[in-house]
Design a protein around this ligand. Structure first.
Ligand code: HEM
Length: 403
């Protein structure tokens, strides 16, 4: 049996699906967290396709005492991820105009140029730290340039974003302890710093419009009304955040999948038409965003369980991506899997708006890596490091030898 990356590198204990295990129940109440876990593929599709029953507005269920300092309304205004219809449709239309297929496709030469520039700057011959050298800066520079904020400020954002995802504990709605309070405080401080930074840029665009996405958002109108400052800031905030960590993980995880499966490394290098399906399989096999959240607006039957109204659901798309009812031999890494209905980008109205960009960045960067280096192998004694947040699966540091 092939050793899984989870066994080899000790990935997060709670992510049982990475260790060849199916869940005992597809829908279960986690009493210690005060929320539900959903692990099954059909059950998750049911949730994601029914926003009238399963709302994305999770803030309404967060007890005030859990985040006493947070003004949740200000934080969630304009946050696409937390909006329900009809407001969601309006806001989504707005961003979709900025993320047209043409805007994304036109970025291809720029993505290639940044990738070469980053790799040219690597100082140690025969070695790469894939994340710091390429997988982190590339998507951040691309999204910063689109938004119109200086890509050189990425060292600032990184500090703030890292603060948001530092906690290795699952958030509990019922348990009150100092460790959790501290983690929430840190995360909110990171968010606030990023919002203040973006707020400054938004104010500047109001004074002096430019040819960038921030200006488009400032000038955009929904039903004849401009977006509020909070809405523009939060919107830019999720684009910057989403543009950050997820594509970084996608690149790192894909290289790691090929390191673990050298036979596929050889095949994909020899036949580049396999790069896109390999990326899809990597998204299924090591799903960067392991969970999304929803809340029930009424009592509902789901996967044989009765879930009362006003419950928080952790929707584990990463576990669904190993559901043996949908994927034959779910623990086998097989880029030729067809169809591959993975849920790594979600489903339904909140389907990832950045998916075409993430796929393009993945394809361009991986092809250039294969062209430039005869090998990309992990190094004995220098194992990769992973995100510690239990809702994520992805490398944080990936030292490689390239010879
Ligand atoms: C939504 C994953 C890259 C922007 C989502 C959702 C998932 C996801 C699972 C659905 C959330 C839900 O249903 O609650 C990923 C992964 C990525 C990636 C795995 C990379 C491999 C990006 C990029 C951007 C982006 C590069 C933007 C630059 C967004 C936005 C939404 C979203 C704005 C909210 C859409 C909505 O609520 O209508 N993403 N994402 N994502 N993603 Fe991504």
């Amino acid at each position: 049996m092939t050793t899984t990356p989870a066994d080899t590198w000790g990935l997060h204990e709670s992510q049982f699906w990475l260790r060849g295990k199916q869940p005992e129940k597809r829908v279960e109440f986690a009493a210690e967290l005060g929320m539900w876990n959903v692990y099954g593929h059909p059950e998750i599709e049911e949730i994601l396709r029914d926003p009238a029953t399963y709302s994305s507005d999770t803030t309404r269920l967060v007890p005030k005492e859990l985040m006493p300092e947070a003004d949740l309304e200000t934080l969630s205004a304009g946050n696409l991820l937390q909006l329900d219809p009809p407001l969601h449709n309006k806001m989504r239309k707005l961003v979709s105009r900025a993320f047209t297929p043409k805007v994304v496709a036109d970025l291809e030469p720029r993505i290639a140029a940044i990738t070469h520039e980053m790799l040219d700057a690597v100082s140690t011959p025969g070695r790469l730290e894939l994340v710091a050298d390429l997988a982190y800066p590339l998507p951040v520079i691309v999204i910063a340039e689109l938004l119109g904020v200086p890509p050189g400020d990425r060292y600032l954002f990184k500090g703030w974003v890292d603060k948001m995802f530092e906690s290795s504990e699952q958030l509990s709605l019922v348990k009150k302890d100092e460790k959790q309070d501290e983690a929430i405080k840190k995360s909110l401080a990171g968010q606030q710093a990023l919002r203040d930074y973006l707020g400054g840029h938004v104010d500047e665009r109001r004074e002096r419009p430019r040819e960038d996405l921030l200006t488009k958002l400032v000038e955009a109108e929904v039903d004849g009304e401009r977006l509020s400052r909070d809405e523009v800031v939060n919107f830019a905030n999720i684009l910057l955040l989403a543009g950050h960590i997820t594509t970084t993980m996608l690149l790192g995880n894909s290289v790691l999948c090929l390191d673990t499966h050298p036979e596929w490394d050889e095949r994909v290098r020899a036949d580049r038409s396999l790069v896109p399906p390999m990326i899809e399989e990597s998204l299924r096999y090591l799903t960067p965003f392991a969970a999304v959240a929803r809340t029930t607006v009424r009592e509902v039957e789901l996967g044989g369980a009765t879930v009362p109204a006003d419950q928080l659901l952790m929707v584990w798309v990463a576990a669904a991506n190993r559901d043996e009812r949908v994927f034959a031999e779910p623990d086998r890494f097989d880029p030729l899997r067809d169809p591959n209905p993975h849920l790594a980008f979600g489903r339904g109205i909140h389907f990832c708006i950045g998916a075409p960009l993430a796929r393009l960045e993945g394809r361009v960067a991986l092809n250039i890596l294969f062209d430039r280096y005869p090998a990309l192998r992990t190094i004995q004694g220098e194992p990769p490091k992973f995100q510690v947040n239990p809702n994520m699966t992805g490398v944080r540091e990936l030292p490689l030898t390239t010879e």
